[in-house]
Design a protein around this ligand. Structure first.
Ligand SMILES: Cc1cc2nc3c(=O)[nH]c(=O)nc-3n(C[C@H](O)[C@H](O)[C@H](O)COP(=O)(O)O)c2cc1C
Length: 420
């Protein structure tokens, strides 16, 4: 009964379906909120630290159904930065410590497994030119002096697919509940999917089906390796956001193929690291902050050039991939995670109403790990994250990624291994 008109609107309304459990293959999540991978940078000597454990424990305690650990490289060449987690038996006890902490808070842990292909800032690689879908000029190599990339051979693709499967097995051994195969944002599998990056003339280039052949081979290898025990997700671009890049029509076709293969959920993102990073975030890149942290003159010039390419009228709005993601929703019946600017209870409910199965949140949880619990309690209805993207400038910070509106991370925690 309402007394003195004090009952809040949320108390009288039925609870959002986003707070109901979600089945993803062999995994059931307590609710439909998933923390998106945000290259946490909380590694020491390429192994997870206590800072990473705290990061994911806080997010789990904050109410999500699942949190995603990123970026988990499937091999040393698969990293994009020097100090990134490489999936190895040495990493297992440290990931297990994180999985235990996340489970103790009632959430699940996913590992985003990935390979950068030609996109990396590594000082050394095992081959002189980085492998990609196609050879030719490598724009991201401007920073490392590796100006050319080369097309992977079929045996190399075979070996990399096996590395993904091995990484998934290690994630399972470490107690992870899911793996997310990264097929978006311009990393290796996305370099195959993108018509702008993939110029191959063989069975792996040309039509959408051909461009998806290698990513699908990786997915199926991962499903064969762990699919009975873990949920296997894939993150794809619903638009690449530049002339010649893949469109929502391409994404719908890719989704149909990944559905046939048996992926348990697709996370629907967009934008590409090199050509259109602003579309990953739906708002402008923090060029001033990025330049201030860039030690290489060539890097600062590259950032100036990026600024020139950035659309001048870019203005953040919630759910910035809605139209594109709808096209994918129409194409498949499998679970889909809606991502991109989910910043309020209204957006969460809108995503549910549009038929998406989960909401996948990045920056709002960097800003406030307890956002989900606060939404549920009706304590807040909207994030305080301003989509300024200054967290992105901290990608290589020694203390790890953080929201600049929050207290800084403890650097000391990023020097102690998670399982120590
Ligand atoms: C600091 C930062 C690091 C990120 N690193 C990754 C990453 O490693 N892998 C990935 O798939 N996406 C990464 N993203 C993108 C997010 O997962 C997400 O797609 C994007 O932030 C849009 O979602 P949002 O509006 O909820 O923040 C990163 C985002 C941020 C802000």
């Amino acid at each position: 009964m309402e007394t003195a008109g004090k009952t809040t609107a949320r108390q009288t309304m039925p609870e959002s379906s986003a707070f109901t459990p979600l089945r993803l293959g062999p995994l059931t999540l307590r609710n439909r909120f998933v923390k998106s991978g945000t290259n946490e940078g909380m590694h020491y000597k390429c192994l997870p630290t206590k800072a990473l454990l705290k990061h994911h424990r806080d997010i789990a305690a904050g109410g999500v159904g699942m949190t995603t650990m990123a970026y988990c490289a499937v091999s040393p060449d698969g990293r994009t930065f020097e100090n990134q987690l490489v999936m190895s038996s040495e990493a297992v006890p440290h990931i297990r410590a994180i999985a235990d902490a996340v489970h103790a808070e009632g959430a699940a842990l996913s590992a985003q497994i990935t390979h950068g292909g030609a996109f990396n800032q590594l000082s050394r690689l095992s081959t002189p030119r980085p492998g990609s879908a196609s050879g030719g000029f490598n724009a991201s190599g401007v920073l490392t002096g590796r100006l050319f990339k080369r097309a992977l051979t079929a045996p190399e693709m075979e070996a990399i697919a096996e590395e993904f499967a091995d990484a998934a097995r290690l994630a399972r051994e470490a107690g992870c509940d899911a793996v997310e195969v990264h097929m978006g944002h311009g990393y290796l599998l996305s370099q195959f999917l993108s018509p702008a990056e993939n110029k191959r003339k063989d069975d792996y280039g040309g039509t959408v089906e051909n461009r998806a052949r290698f990513p699908r081979m990786v997915l199926r290898r991962v499903l064969d390796a762990v699919g009975r025990d873990m949920a296997v997700l894939a993150k794809i671009c619903v638009m690449e956001g530049f002339r010649g890049g893949a469109t929502a029509t391409d994404a719908a076709e890719v989704a149909r193929l990944l559905e046939v293969d048996g992926a348990n959920m697709l996370v629907l993102s967009g934008g590409m690291n090199v050509q259109s990073p602003w579309w990953i975030f739906g708002s402008a890149m923090p060029i001033v902050d990025m330049k201030a942290r860039e030690p290489r003159w060539i890097g600062r010039v590259a950032l100036d050039m990026l600024k020139l390419q950035q659309p001048k009228d870019l203005k953040f709005h919630e759910m910035y991939f809605l139209d594109h993601s709808r096209a994918v929703r129409k194409a498949v019946t499998m679970p889909l995670g809606f991502l991109g600017g989910v910043a309020s209870m209204e957006s969460v409910d809108k995503a549910m109403g549009e038929g998406f199965d989960a909401v996948v949140l990045g920056r709002v949880l960097l800003h406030d790990p307890a956002f989900v619990n606060e939404l549920r309690a009706g304590a807040v209805s909207r994030t305080g994250c301003t989509a300024c993207n200054r967290c992105v400038a901290l990608l290589n910070d020694p203390a790890g990624v953080a929201c600049v509106l929050r207290p800084a991370n403890d650097l000391n925690l990023n020097r102690i291994f998670a399982g120590a």
